[in-house]
Design a protein around this ligand. Structure first.
Ligand SMILES: Cc1ncc(COP(=O)(O)O)c(C=O)c1O
Length: 445
């Protein structure tokens, strides 16, 4: 079809299991406030046409007034109260109950506000909805000022410590938002996912909250501690030997059980969950000039960037990838996700086989810069976080701070910067081995 927004296409694909028809898809793609705004715009356009008297349908064409009325009725927009009096300030507002009915699974497409036209992707209302839904279950992780690390990086640094989040990483934000947004009957048919680590734990944990059966396909070589953690949350673990066919194994499980696949990074509802991290950062540091975010499949940066660019458009969002296996940079260059090298690294969270189609589109619109870090820089980041911020983190969790310490992002001296420390699930032996081999171990605190 002519002029279809690629993001909207990707969102529709991702939402297929949850919507059955076009109106259903639109209701899911737009939140209540976007439907109101769209309805208002369509009404204005129609009024203009009526004023110009060009509203009479051409032969074979549907009456535009009738078409709009049908669309409004089907979208639920026409049931909404009209607030304000007088013809001039006509405004459509969703009553609370309607907003709640649509909101749980609602996803915004780009909100066409003039100043931000093509940038907004996951609407702020949906991220706020996610925050409200998640709040009773998740920790509000601390935003720690990190003066010594900041001095070393030449910036005023604060660290968002998601290593203190439930299950030890940011992942439950997205996983729980997806799981809670599913109709109860759908999730009771079970949840299934594939992951070697943090997402596996997050989905197993979320499934326990909603009391849904859960199966996790994990590579047989996944760290024993992570396999045990997933078991510990009550999920069934399917170990699969061949990493290359992990997704095939997942699809088999999905088909066998009819369970819902909780995607690690390419589900817009999950991205709204990840976006809550951006909300929290800006609530405490509204004057932040840059937020630094690690990139694996791209879900985290897509959610955070969506929130940040709506609340503080001038704040830069900078992504960090592995030098030995970048995904987002090459995908942006190619205009589509491309296969990613899977280097052996301490930052295993940053090694999915490809980035998501939706995160890619969001990155194209909202991410200002992407930098890469070497394995040595990651180890140095882990060590510095331990020494100067007293934080024990995994490689992926250290990547953003590592990039800053290596002065990779282009930032003015003294800029107010927040780095996301995204997780802390790492075996102590691995940390000790890596950190003790680190050449710069002579710092004094
Ligand atoms: C600790 C940690 N940080 C960052 C990421 C990257 O997140 P995303 O795949 O959403 O880009 C992951 C992914 O698993 C992770 O576990």
């Amino acid at each position: 079809m002519h002029g279809v927004d690629p993001l909207r296409g990707a969102l529709r694909e991702a939402l297929k299991p949850r919507v059955e028809d076009l109106i259903g898809a639109q209701k899911t793609l737009y939140g209540p406030s976007e439907i109101s705004a769209l309805a208002l715009r369509r009404r204005r356009a129609l009024r203009l046409r009526q004023e110009r008297r060009d509203v009479r349908p051409q032969a074979g064409e549907r009456d535009p007034a009738e078409g709009l009325a049908t669309w409004e009725r089907e979208m639920g927009a026409s049931e909404w109260a009209r607030a304000g009096s007088g013809r001039k300030r006509e405004r459509l507002v969703a009553p609370r109950s309607e907003a709640q009915r649509i909101a749980p699974s609602a996803i915004a497409g780009p909100i066409r506000r003039p100043a931000l036209r093509s940038r907004i992707v996951i609407g702020i209302d949906l991220i706020r909805d996610a925050a409200g839904r998640l709040e009773p279950h998740l920790h509000r992780t601390p935003l720690l000022s990190a003066r010594q690390l900041g001095d070393r990086a030449g910036v005023q640094l604060a660290i968002k410590a998601e290593s203190f989040q439930r299950t030890g990483s940011f992942k439950p934000r997205g996983a729980l938002n997806i799981v809670m947004s599913l109709p109860a009957e759908r999730r009771q048919r079970g949840l299934v996912t594939v992951s070697a680590g943090n997402h596996a734990q997050a989905v197993a944990w979320a499934a326990r909250i909603v009391k849904a059966p859960c199966t996790v396909v994990m590579p047989a070589g996944a760290p024993r501690s992570k396999i045990e953690a997933v078991h510990g949350y009550g999920a069934e673990v399917v170990l699969h030997d061949d990493r290359a066919t992990l997704f095939d194994r997942l699809r088999e499980e999905e088909a066998r059980t009819g369970a819902f696949f909780v995607h690690p990074f390419d589900d817009p509802v999950g991205l709204a969950g990840a976006g809550t991290l951006g909300l929290e950062v800006l609530a405490e540091r509204p004057d932040a000039e840059a937020v630094i975010v690690p990139i694996g499949g791209g879900g985290l940066i897509a959610g955070v960037a969506s929130a940040v660019k709506q609340l503080s458009p001038g704040c830069r969002v900078i992504g960090v990838e592995l030098e030995a296996g970048p995904g987002m940079g090459p995908a942006l260059a190619a205009g589509k996700p491309v296969p990613v090298a899977r280097p052996k690294t301490l930052a295993d969270g940053l090694t999915p086989p490809f980035v998501g189609a939706i995160p890619l589109e969001i990155a194209r619109r909202c991410v200002d810069e992407i930098v890469t870090v070497t394995e040595a820089e990651i180890v140095e980041g882990m060590r510095s976080l331990m020494v100067f911020a007293k934080l024990y983190v995994e490689g992926a969790g250290a990547a953003a701070t590592a990039a800053l310490l290596a002065r990779k992002p282009k930032l003015p001296s003294g800029a107010r910067v927040v780095s996301i420390v995204s997780g802390g699930n790492v075996d102590p032996e691995q940390v000790l081995t890596a950190v003790s081999a680190c050449p710069a171990a002579a710092d004094h605190v």
